[in-house]
Design a protein around this ligand. Structure first.
Ligand code: PMP
Length: 427
């Protein structure tokens, strides 16, 4: 079963036990969480930028480099076979994780940014022509704006932008009106990295498909916070980054429906993506290798597979329930801070708390919080058009993950009170 927001429910996803959610046990899985920063216990609330890594992932990377390292696919020796099997097993794990029909639909890339650039360069170049339109939303990350902007500039096409209401929800009536005969693609984020809004992606996809328009979802902020089912969603492309899912940096995933990927041209040329090469022409390899030119991030893919095993042991539906409860707790606490305004209050949200404090610059707030070991992010979060929409140059952003607890939130609130005191003190 699936909700309008693309959150797959328990029955079709998880393999975890029925035991109660134990956040303290989860915390113990992440070695970095027990370190001190500036003499204070680390309070890590920058999970939307990147997540910490559990020991299971770190150990798997060490194991790979200690005893399995070799180049993959064309090797005739034992280690190459071991590394190839581990890399392809990681692909199968991603396939099952996303509920894709087959592993050929899973392309390993560097991250969400590369996945979207791949689609813009390959699918976009082939299908977008002068006068055509690509629909985005105001809340997109720059990674889901700039590749389309470059494409549209090259082709003489246009970006059309879905507006956002004051609460941080997309205005669907406006979206529906934008869908037209010139629309070639809709590219929308599943979850906003700056507001936490979970977009009603099923409805977005349904409306686009009603007019025969394919949809790409940017899942960078979704996959670590809810089960995702690309088959039930029926999205055409889905992208995410391993490092936001407790996996390594430098590895990510592009899911694409096989028929679409098959019809696309390669994004990059090089080794492994070909079947044969002469100076006259090249015959391209089968999916997904056609899109994986050069030696890939083998260890990264294997580490991502270990991260997927980890979250499936915990149960993303249970992690989501925990984060939701913590979001509620944090929202109540932050709203009680005088002069603090939350940016983004959508009905469906992940654990992202963007805020501004009267008269204080978010960067200064972030710096004072850091003195207490509280790690948050301050800035435009690579969403400059969204900041402009809300009339702020930047926000401070605390973002939750499955290992955060109420003590983390309490430490955040204490540090915010201290920042107000320190930064408002007359000099
Ligand atoms: N989209 C969203 C919604 C994101 O939050 C991010 C990362 N902040 C990206 C895209 C880009 O991800 P990456 O830098 O891992 O490619």
């Amino acid at each position: 079963m699936e909700t309008d927001w693309g959150i797959a429910t328990k029955e079709n996803n998880m393999v975890h036990s029925a035991a109660a959610y134990d956040v303290e046990r989860n915390r113990a899985d992440f070695p970095v969480l027990s370190r001190k920063v500036r003499g204070k216990p680390l309070v890590y609330l920058d999970n939307a930028a990147t997540t910490q890594k559990p020991k299971a992932v770190i150990d798997r990377l060490t194991e790979y480099y200690t005893s399995e390292n070799a180049n993959i696919h064309r090797g005739v020796h034992y280690l190459s076979e071991v590394a190839t099997a581990a890399y392809e097993e990681a692909r199968a794990k991603v396939q099952r994780f996303l509920h894709a029909v087959k592993p050929q639909e899973i392309v390993f890339v560097r991250g969400t940014t590369e996945a979207i650039n791949l689609v813009a360069n390959s699918y976009g170049r082939l299908n977008v022509e002068e006068g055509d339109e690509v629909i985005l939303s105001v809340m997109e990350h720059h990674s889901n704006i700039v590749p389309w902007q470059i494409l549209c500039q090259e082709k003489g096409a246009q970006l059309r932008v879905v507006p956002v209401a004051d609460d941080g929800e997309l205005i669907l009536e406006a979206y529906e009106k934008l869908l037209g005969p010139r629309t070639k693609l809709v590219a929308i984020t599943h979850v906003s990295n700056a507001l936490g809004t979970i977009n009603p992606v099923r409805e977005i996809i349904g409306l686009a498909h009603g007019k025969g328009i394919p949809v790409l979802l940017d899942g960078a902020q979704a996959v670590a916070h809810m089960p995702v089912d690309v088959l039930a969603l029926d999205c055409d492309f889905y992208s995410f980054s391993g490092h936001k899912l407790f996996g390594p940096t430098g590895i990510g995933v592009l899911y694409g429906k096989a028929a679409l990927l098959d019809a696309m041209l390669p994004y990059q040329g090089g080794g492994d993506m070909i079947r044969s090469v002469s100076f006259e022409k090249a015959a391209y390899n089968d999916l997904p290798f056609k899109f994986e030119a050069g030696t890939p991030n083998i260890a990264g893919a294997i580490g991502l597979g270990a991260a997927i095993d980890y979250v499936q042991r915990i149960g993303l539906d249970r992690a989501a329930a925990h984060e939701h409860e913590l979001l509620h707790y944090a929202t109540t606490k932050l709203c009680a801070v005088q002069g603090l305004q939350l940016v983004g209050s959508a009905r469906q949200k992940t654990g992202i708390l963007s805020f501004v404090l009267d008269g204080l610059h978010p960067h200064d707030v972030g710096t004072v919080l850091d003195m207490d070991g509280v790690a948050i992010r301050a800035g435009h979060h690579c969403t400059m058009p969204l900041m402009e929409r809300f009339g702020v140059p930047a926000t401070a952003r605390a973002s939750l993950a499955l290992y955060n607890n109420r003590e983390d939130v309490d430490a955040l609130v204490r540090a915010i009170h201290k920042a107000i005191e320190v930064l408002r003190r007359p000099t």
